[in-house]
Design a binder for this molecule. Structure first.
Ligand SMILES: *Cc1c(COP(=O)(O)O)cnc(C)c1O
Length: 441
């Protein structure tokens, strides 16, 4: 079967562009591109047969299909040769029933999709494996690509650096100085990327990397490059697969540059078009109140204005001028979308409250959980709905956030669930008294 996918203008200009050319915008109108698949060819295989194929491959060992991204290769990027794929076994992350936290909120079916349990600790790996594999194919077929580069709020650069290093491609990452966590700064350094830390914010870094890509023969690895979204969209397919091909009622995702909410919708679209699903979830985007341009647009009949994002603990979504705004609005209109925001205090306390039921949440997941709490208490989410919260990064990348929360040292946050070590001398009675104060006799 000859599967086919190509770039197409999101505004509908005619023509298509090969996935194996460095092109990020429509040459006619300047809009973003998206990857379009030949649905007629894909529908020659029936829905049951696709489900069986994906289930057979899931987390097995036949290269490259054990990766939950490449296990859906025909739907993602059929043009890449298997021996050009740069994969470190992406996806297949746990989707667990958060029984106790759900019960505290009056929800029977709260599920957390733990995307941060991945190679570099965030869901960015799902897309980066696709982008770097395509780059390797282009280089091996003789195209001159000097390096891959991205502007990043931390996780994109960690992921790009790891996949570029695995694939033997030079990587350049451009970060806002002092605005990413220590772990996120160490990751690209350890992987040997060139790290440029600029005195600006993410939006400032983005403007510079765009110029590098157009003027210097550097391949752009930001989500403006819709190849990444093809990998990211497997998250919705994987969630439905993990529910034995049932669609949940609500999916909540934290949003910054807004590529991922579009990717989430694209995965649901594709399952519906190919007959694997017959219903749609409601999609909720959660934003930090300090960086809420989509929330403001939602309040204003989807009229969007860029803003200057303020500092937030949810540093990976501190973005005021999201690149994928149009794609995101289009997705939310189709998926009965809701946008809600969370203050610094709300996001930090939601993360900590859920941690008390056994999780270890990053601040972005905290934003999603705070929004869940709000929507549950205002009745937008009802007790019997099946809700999935997408946890986007591993909490262990954000230990400064946790540490300062529990020390009650975070700005604008009253830490309602702080828990500090009890420091004691080496004395049995002191320890016994400490135990007696917390545990019933
Ligand atoms: C990138 C990222 C997001 C937001 O994804 P967008 O596509 O930029 O909206 C959320 N959380 C974490 C941890 C991220 O790294």
């Amino acid at each position: 079967m000859q599967y086919h996918a190509a770039f197409r203008c999101i505004a509908g200009c005619p023509g298509e562009h090969s996935l194996l050319t460095p092109v990020y915008h429509c040459p006619s109108c300047g809009n973003l591109l998206e990857v379009a698949h030949d649905i007629d060819v894909l529908s020659k295989r029936g829905p049951g047969s696709w489900m069986r194929l994906f289930d057979e491959r899931y987390k097995r060992t036949i290269w490259p299909y054990g990766s939950a991204v490449w296990g859906k290769k025909e739907w993602v990027c059929p043009a890449v040769d298997d021996d050009n794929i740069v994969s470190m076994d992406e996806g297949g992350t746990n989707l667990f029933w958060a029984e106790r936290f759900g019960a505290e909120l009056g929800l029977d079916e709260l599920w957390v999709k733990q995307c941060g349990n991945s190679h570099t600790g965030s869901f960015k790996d799902l897309g980066m494996t696709v982008l770097v594999s395509v780059v390797r194919q282009m280089i091996r077929s003789g195209r001159n690509i000097r390096a891959v580069a991205c502007a990043s709020t931390g996780d994109t650069s960690a992921s790009l650096a790891a996949y570029a290093a695995a694939g033997g491609v030079p990587a350049i990452v451009i970060l806002p100085r002092g605005k990413v966590s220590t772990a996120q700064l160490m990751q690209p350094l350890a992987n040997g990327a060139t790290v440029l830390a600029l005195d600006t914010d993410f939006d400032g870094c983005m403007a510079i990397v765009r110029r590098l890509a157009t003027e210097e023969g550097i391949y752009l690895a930001n989500s403006m490059n819709s190849l990444r979204l093809e990998g990211q969209k497997t998250v919705s397919i994987e969630i439905v697969q993990q529910f034995d091909w049932e669609v949940p009622d609500v999916v909540i995702i934290p949003g910054g540059n807004l590529g991922n909410v579009s990717a989430l919708g694209a995965g649901f679209d594709m399952m519906a078009r190919l007959g694997l699903t017959t219903r749609q979830p409601r999609i909720v985007v959660a934003q930090a109140a300090a960086a809420n341009p989509l929330y403001l647009a939602y309040q204003n009949d989807w009229r969007f204005e860029p803003i200057a994002a303020r500092a937030t603990q949810a540093s990976a979504i501190q973005i005021g001028n999201p690149v994928s705004i149009e794609k995101a609005i289009r997705t939310l209109r189709r998926y009965d979308g809701i946008v809600e925001q969370a203050s610094e205090s709300e996001l930090a306390n939601a993360a900590a409250l859920a941690d008390r039921t056994g999780m270890f949440n990053c601040p972005h997941t905290g934003v999603a959980l705070a929004v869940l709490i709000k929507l549950r208490s205002n009745g937008s989410i009802t007790p019997n709905q099946r809700v999935v919260v997408i946890s986007t990064a591993n909490g262990l990348k954000f230990t400064e956030f946790k540490h300062r929360y529990h020390e009650r040292a975070l700005a604008e946050v009253s830490a309602d669930h702080a828990n500090l070590p009890v420091e004691l001398p080496r004395d049995y009675d002191a320890v016994r008294r400490a135990v007696d104060t917390v545990v019933e006799a």
